[in-house]
Design a protein around this ligand. Structure first.
Ligand SMILES: [Zn+2]
Length: 334
């Protein structure tokens, strides 16, 4: 089997990615018989008959979709024989437990990145990059316009902004997706001595992080129980509140709030963040990291997903054989 012939013989994109010989899907967008789930963001999880994922991802999937879902928990760097394929997971650095999937069959290796980030985070495993014959990679930020500030710079900007808002007597409300980004800001703010109150959906994920050995700091839970709200709002004074971005009605009930959107798309300002303030905190690779990944994997062919055809052209300009695979667009959470 040559790398050039992998698309169609080793895997298909219909548009879900499928290993042809065994009918195994990679992050499918609808329920399947057998699926490898790279991480537990909402657009990557479904009620499959059986899934394979890391223990953290499995815990989040089950907390979101039901404890009885059948799955195989596969730790990083523990190869598994699965219907004629060898499957091995490596940390992807995107959220805790997120995995890149190495698939080997007939002497050919294929690495599927899922969502990934090479920059270091405050709560996530560092990404590990393995070499492979062929690479299927995300390219969310696949143009040279996207280069994110360092973790330390963003952390300093976040602390300064939160302190300013608190100093003015207002309540900083951080809009952060409940898996990944919320734990990042909880960890960062509490280690700098700030009082942090989180939405219950975030508290549930915080508990999973703690159970798997990651300290996200001592966060209080903002209760939504009837009758407690008036009391809770006075108790929010002096605290930073962390909530998922989609609960507008509840956010509007917080008096004297100033919202901070945490999304990579805010880097270029054109993206309507919906917040009073925005910081480009992203859990995805930026353009330089996308290129760095390809250079480190050293593939003979690259298949680009979740972005635009632009990144495949950027790779071809650099001498890589690359083509763009059309997939369902991701939610713009990041
Ligand atoms: Zn994701």
């Amino acid at each position: 089997m040559t790398e050039r012939s992998l698309l169609g013989t080793f895997f298909q994109s219909d548009p879900d990615l499928r290993l042809v010989a065994a009918d195994i899907y990679l992050d499918p967008s609808s329920p399947r018989r057998l699926a490898i789930v790279s991480h537990a963001h909402g657009d990557h999880i479904e009620r499959h008959d059986h899934f394979v994922a890391t223990p953290v991802t499995a815990a989040v999937v089950r907390s979101r979709l039901g404890a009885s879902l059948r799955g195989t928990e596969l730790s990083f760097r523990h190869p598994l024989e699965l219907e004629g394929h060898e499957i091995e997971l490596f940390p992807a650095g995107h959220v805790l437990g997120s995995a890149m999937t190495m698939i080997r069959r007939d002497g050919v290796s294929l690495l599927y990145t899922g969502d990934f980030r090479l920059r270091r985070s405050w709560t996530t495993e560092d990404a590990e990059v393995a070499e492979a014959d062929a690479l299927i990679m995300e390219s969310t930020y696949g143009s040279p316009d996207w280069r994110f500030p360092s973790r330390d710079e963003l952390g300093a900007r976040l602390l300064a902004l939160v302190s300013d808002i608190l100093g003015s007597g207002n309540v900083p409300v951080l809009l952060a997706y409940s898996l990944g980004k919320a734990q990042e800001v909880c960890s960062w703010l509490t280690r700098h001595g700030l009082r942090v109150v989180v939405h219950p959906s975030i508290a549930r994920i915080n508990d999973i992080y703690r159970k798997h050995g990651v300290d996200v700091g001592p966060c209080e839970v903002w209760t939504r129980q009837a009758g407690l709200f008036a009391k809770a709002t006075t108790e929010l004074r002096g605290a930073a509140v962390v909530v998922p971005p989609h609960i507008d009605a509840e956010i509007r009930r917080i008096p004297r709030r100033e919202t901070i959107s945490l999304t990579g798309w805010s880097l270029r300002g054109g993206w309507k963040t919906g917040g009073d303030h925005a910081l480009p905190l992203s859990d995805h690779a930026d353009f330089d990291e996308l290129i760095e990944l390809v250079e480190r994997v050293r593939p003979r062919v690259v298949y680009v997903t979740h972005g635009s055809a632009r990144f495949a052209r950027e790779l071809r300009d650099r001498g890589f054989a690359a083509e763009f695979l059309k997939q369902k667009p991701q939610m713009r959470l990041f």
